[in-house]
Every structure is written in C-alpha cells, then in structure tokens.
Design a protein around this ligand. Structure first.
Ligand code: 13P
Length: 228
C-alpha cells in the first residue's frame, strides 16, 4: 500500500469515528466511501468504527468487484453516486436522529432557514423508501440528490456528499442541525419559507464564499478585508 493510500485510509477511519463522536451516528450504522484511483474505498459492513483499522477499508471497482472484507451493504448507492456525480469525491451515509425523524415522515426540508441552501438548492429532498442495500434504494437516492449535495432517505437516514472527507462530514452535521431546528420549528406550526429569489442569492453567496468550508477563501475579501 503506498503512502497516499494509507493516509487516505487513516483519514477515513478518523471521519468514521468522528461521525459517531459528533453524535450524528451510532454503533455500526452509516458508511463512507471515497473516490480512489480508478475505483473507490468503502467501509466494510458491520465493523465497529472504534476497532476499524486502515487496512479494513475495502477497495472496490465500479463494476462491483472488490478486494478485502465484505463491503458495506450500501455499496450500490456509493458506487452509483460516485459514478454519476463527478463533482464530488465522498459519499457519507449516517442515521442522525433529527434528519431520520423527518425521513420517517417523508418530509422534504424546505427553505424555512437560509442554511437549507448548503445542500445546493431550495430544498433537501427525501428519497422514497426502499430496502437497505438494494438497487432501488440507490436509484431513489440518486433521484433525490439531483442538483443537491444532501438528501434524506425515507424511513432510514441521510446522505451527504463532499469534494473531500471533511466537507462531507461538515455537511452531514449541518443537515442534522438544520433538521433539528426544523423539527423544533414545526412544534409552533409549519414555518414560512424564504422566497426562491432570496434562496438564489443565498446559494450564490455560499458558492462565492465556499461557505463554512474555507474561511480564508478568496471570495471573502469583498465582504471584509483583513487588516495587515
Ligand atoms: P453497513 O454496516 O453494511 O454499512 O450497513 C449500515 C447501514 O447504515 C445500512 O444502511
């Protein structure tokens, strides 16, 4: 195994453990994949993250063949998303409590709060339910992820995508926080939504600033100038 692959595998183990320690996942639920070479690396099925080692990660090809342990039962949606979505390199799936609460009611998250825009659109959709590990679930997830970097999975959990591992974890935590606020807001009735033209401005501003991901990114300069 070369140094780069080993470093990537170590980072995957770290992200899996942080998925649980941050409270957005529990036990052996959830899974993670990263594009690597001509295929991708994916977490093995049912292996607790606290004992998972870099060498336990499974090397998979887009034809579904693999080397190593038995891959995550959700390898189909990881494979299909990585194949279709050339704008991202990481697929993170978890069973975060509030996102899953909304998914149990098949609720789409509307633009009740400007942060809905972090997933790239005016809503975060909920994919139709299908049995875990099936091609049907993968098809439903891809549909819900159209022009989005996150979706809920009906009666199951959430999926967040990223250009890199940190970005995917960041987004998954944001989706969970937003879900929590939405569940809370719903206790006072269905909250009003921001109009589409405002959400277009929000999404554009987020893009320009690499919002939440790169505080030192170029685009920030026109909003505030660093004193020298
Ligand atoms: P795996 O352990 O097979 O990845 O399954 C966990 C899960 O969350 C299924 O959706």
């Amino acid at each position: 195994m070369n140094e780069d692959t080993l470093a990537l595998r170590r980072q995957m183990v770290d992200i899996c453990r942080r998925m649980n320690s941050s409270g957005i996942n529990q036990g052996t639920a959830g899974n993670l994949s990263v594009r690597d070479g001509s295929g991708f690396l994916i977490t093995p099925s049912s292996l607790p993250y606290d004992i998972m080692q870099p060498e336990d990660l499974v090397e998979m090809d887009f034809d579904g063949t693999y080397v190593g342990r038995r891959p995550s039962s959700e390898w189909r949606f990881h494979r299909d998303i990585l194949r279709e979505r050339t704008d991202i390199n990481v697929v993170l799936h978890c069973h975060s409590v509030y996102a899953t609460t909304l998914a149990c009611h098949h609720k789409t998250i509307p633009s009740f709060h400007y942060m809905t825009g972090v997933a790239g659109g005016t809503t975060i959709r909920c994919a139709r339910y299908a049995t875990f590990g099936t091609q049907e679930l993968s098809d439903n997830a891809l549909e819900a992820l159209q022009e989005r970097k996150a979706c809920l999975l009906g009666q199951h959990g959430q999926i967040s995508l990223g250009e890199n591992l940190e970005a995917a974890l960041w987004l998954a935590i944001e989706v969970e926080t937003l879900s929590r606020i939405y569940v809370q807001a719903l206790t006072l009735g269905e909250p009003p939504v921001l109009p589409d033209d405002e959400m277009t401005r929000v999404i554009e501003q987020m893009r320009r600033m690499s919002y939440g991901l790169a505080p030192d990114a170029e685009g920030v300069a026109d909003v505030a100038r660093r004193r020298t």
